[in-house]
Design a protein around this ligand. Structure first.
Ligand SMILES: Nc1ncnc2c1ncn2[C@@H]1O[C@H](COP(=O)(O)OP(=O)(O)OP(=O)(O)O)[C@@H](O)[C@H]1O
Ligand SMILES: O=P(O)(O)OC[C@H]1O[C@H](OP(=O)(O)OP(=O)(O)O)[C@H](O)[C@@H]1O
Ligand SMILES: [Mg+2]
Length: 282
C-alpha cells in the first residue's frame, strides 16, 4: 500500500485534497481525521503539518508527500521534488520599511525575522552576508512595527499583507514556490505504485490546463488549421459526409482557446466547439 503525506492545514491543504479527489482518491470527511485508508486504490493518506511532510518522507516511513517547495528547502530534509502541482504559488522575499535596504548587501549587521529560518540562513550564507535571523511562527509582517527585527523574509502572493503593514519588498526574489510532490532522495524512481500516482496527478493537471477542441474545415485549409491546433501528438482528422470537408479534434491550452477559435474561424473553419476534459492519462 502506497503511504502518502498530505497537508492537514493551511494554504496547501484544501487544494491538495481537491486535486487528490479529482484524481479519484478518497479523502477525509472531517478536518480532524489524521489518517485514512483508500483500499480500492491501495493508498493510505496521512494528514500532517505541511512543514513536517518532507521530514517524514525523508525518513522513508512514508513513500511520498505533498508540500511546498519553500517548506522542502527550509526543512533541509533529504527529500526531492518529483512533480510541481501548480497551486499555492508564491515568491519568498525580503521586505522592510521603505528606505531601509535596497539589496541583500544592506542586511549586514541587521536582524531578519522569518518563519523560514533554513531558507534565510542558507541564502545569507551563500551571499556572504552576516545578519542575525529571528524565528517567528507567523504574522512576521508585524515584527518590524514591534521592533523585533528591521527586515522580514516571508511568503508573498498578492503583496496585500506587506502593503497593510507599510512594508516593501527589496532585492531579488529568494525563491519561487508552489505545491510539489516529494519523495526520499534517491528513492526507486521506477516504483510502479508511485508512477501510477504521479500519472493520475499529471492527468488532473492536464485536464485543468487543456480543453478539447472540435471543428470542421475545408480540406484545402487543413494544414493551416492543424498548425493552429497541433494537439499533444497530432490532431485526429475524420472525413465528413460532405466531400471536401473534414472534422478535426485536438487538445489546446485552455488559456489560448478563444484566440485559437478566432484564428480558426478566420481561415474558414466552422462549428468550432470546446469541451472540458474531466480526466486524462497522457
Ligand atoms: N498567501 C499564500 N499564497 C500562496 N501560497 C501560500 C500563501 N501562504 C502560504 N503559502 C504557501 O503555503 C505553504 C505554507 O503552508 P503553511 O500551512 O505552513 O502556512 P500557511 O498556509 O501560511 O498556513 P498557516 O500559517 O495558517 O498555518 C508554503 O508552501 C507557502 O509558500
Ligand atoms: O501576499 P499575500 O497575498 O498577502 O500573502 C502572503 C501572506 O500569506 C501568508 O500568511 P498567512 O495568512 O498564512 O499568515 P501567517 O503569516 O501567520 O502564516 C504569508 O505568510 C504572508 O503573510
Ligand atoms: Mg502562514
Amino acid at each position: 500500500m502506497l503511504r502518502i503525506a498530505v497537508p492537514n492545514k493551511g494554504s496547501l491543504s484544501g487544494p491538495a485534497a481537491e486535486m487528490l479527489h479529482e484524481a479519484g482518491y478518497q479523502q477525509r470527511r472531517e478536518s480532524k481525521e489524521l489518517r485514512i485508508v483508500d483500499p480500492e486504490n491501495e493508498v493510505e493518506f496521512f494528514y500532517l503539518r505541511p512543514r513536517d511532510i518532507a521530514i517524514y518522507v525523508s525518513s522513508g516511513r512514508l513513500d511520498i508527500g505533498i508540500t511546498g517547495r519553500d517548506l522542502l528547502i527550509d526543512s533541509g530534509a533529504d527529500a526531492e521534488e518529483i512533480l510541481p502541482l501548480g497551486f499555492a504559488r508564491s515568491t519568498f522575499r525580503f521586505a522592510a520599511k521603505p528606505g531601509t535596504a535596497n539589496g541583500i548587501e544592506d542586511l549586514k549587521g541587521k536582524t531578519v525575522a522569518t518563519s523560514y529560518e533554513g531558507i534565510v540562513a542558507g541564502h545569507l550564507a551563500d551571499s556572504g552576508v552576516d545578519a542575525s535571523v529571528v524565528h517567528l511562527d507567523g504574522a512576521v509582517e508585524t515584527a518590524i512595527e514591534l521592533g523585533v527585527a528591521e527586515v522580514i523574509a516571508d511568503v508573498v502572493e498578492t503583496g496585500t499583507s506587506l502593503r497593510n503593514a507599510g512594508l516593501e519588498v527589496f532585492g531579488e526574489p529568494i525563491m519561487k514556490s508552489e505545491a510539489i510532490v516529494v519523495r526520499r532522495t534517491g528513492a526507486d524512481a521506477e516504483d510502479p505504485k508511485v508512477q501510477q500516482f504521479l500519472r493520475r496527478l499529471q492527468g488532473v493537471l492536464v485536464a485543468r490546463t487543456y480543453v478539447m477542441m472540435d471543428y470542421d474545415c475545408r480540406v484545402e485549409q487543413l494544414e493551416k488549421a492543424v498548425a493552429l491546433t497541433p494537439g499533444l501528438e497530432s490532431p485526429t482528422v475524420s472525413p465528413l459526409h460532405n466531400e471536401g470537408w473534414v472534422a478535426v479534434r485536438a487538445m489546446v491550452p485552455a488559456k489560448e482557446a478563444q484566440r485559437i477559435m478566432d484564428d480558426l474561424y478566420a481561415i474558414g473553419a466552422r462549428a468550432i466547439l470546446t469541451t472540458a476534459i474531466h480526466a486524462c492519462r497522457l
